[in-house]
Design a protein around this ligand. Structure first.
Ligand code: DON
Length: 309
């Protein structure tokens, strides 16, 4: 299962050398004070093979704020708990072409968000997970601890409080969708779960391990099945088309892998059937994607040829 075609450690070392001039470029997220104070001169990258062997470079074991990367895992949990297609009646799967926190399309499209990876869509997914499990954020944390094998994966109370304090836009999105009947739970409780979810801290090593379920076509670390093979394919497809905000086309062009970014500067990427990757560097471009992170994944697929294309 782990017949390694490359010396992955040498590849990661090479990637880190190549992107070093970009580490510190861009700007850490400023709209949440707890993120704005992170040292931008950090870079880490981890790769996990199908069999669970982990390689890493730089700050690959340093925990950081995962933010919107968690949207992938809540989607996987909600689809798994639902066991059917009905979630897709409440959220679409087309790129939005708009910033992740945009309100503008929601009114034209009757309160149905374009995809599960913009904030509006993620709120619908968390709402569904809350209904199905009774405690969406705890279910997510439990899952991430199990998949990463790290019991220390945790919420960051300071980041969650910061999200709350600066959460007017998310509150507006949730209330607006509720006015269309597309939110089932009380909005304040839903926002709580969403903010806790965004605050989860993990390292590149943790995240790569957790994303392995999508490289393994839905199989969890313990060998049990979270998603059907087509369920995993569908999530990877939505990551490719919608996972990096309104720069998903550029990311597909440069990297050629399903990927999901977060404004903490992390990105996970999946090479189905081969490996899962996570990269982190806090400086963001104008779309909210890590400058050095995108460059590192671009270098990785260029050096190895391991893209889906
Ligand atoms: O909802 C927010 O404002 C952030 N906590 C989400 C962050 C993120 O990474 C961008 N989202 N799609």
């Amino acid at each position: 299962m782990d017949a390694t075609p490359f010396d992955y450690q040498a590849v990661l070392d090479q990637v880190a050398r190549d992107v070093a001039p970009l580490v510190g470029a861009g700007t850490p997220a400023e709209y949440i004070p707890a993120l704005a104070s992170v040292d931008p001169a950090q870079f880490g990258m981890a790769l996990v093979t199908m069999g669970g062997k982990v390689f890493g470079v730089g700050d690959w074991q340093v925990p950081f704020s995962t933010q919107s990367i968690t949207k992938v895992f809540t989607l996987a949990l909600a689809l798994s708990a639902e066991g059917g297609d009905s979630l897709w009646e409440r959220v679409g799967r087309e790129p939005s072409g708009n910033p992740f926190n945009s309100l503008v399309q929601l009114e034209y499209e009757n309160g149905i968000p374009r995809n599960p990876f913009i904030n509006a869509g993620a709120l619908v997914v968390t709402d569904r997970l809350q209904t199905l499990t009774g405690d969406a954020s705890s279910e997510l944390l439990k899952f991430l601890r199990e998949e990463s094998g790290n019991p220390d994966v945790a919420f960051d109370a300071e980041v969650a409080a910061s999200e709350h304090e600066h959460g007017d836009r998310n509150a507006a999105l949730a209330h607006f969708m509720a006015s269309y009947g597309n939110i089932d739970n009380p909005v304040p409780a839903l926002l709580d779960h969403y903010f806790w979810q965004c605050s989860i801290e993990m390292s590149c090593a943790d995240l790569a391990r957790a994303a392995r379920v999508l490289a393994r076509h839905g199989l969890r670390a313990d060998g049990s099945r979270l998603l059907t093979r087509s369920g995993a394919k569908q999530i990877n497809a939505v990551m490719l088309t919608c996972g990096t905000y309104d720069a998903a086309g550029e990311f597909a062009y440069r990297v050629g892998l399903p990927g999901k970014s977060g404004v903490g500067g992390g990105i996970v990427a999946v090479v189905p059937g081969r490996c899962a990757l996570a990269v982190w560097s806090p400086g963001l471009d104008a779309h909210g994607n890590s400058v050095a992170g995108v460059a590192a994944l671009d270098r990785f697929t260029t050096l190895t040829g391991m893209s889906v294309f």
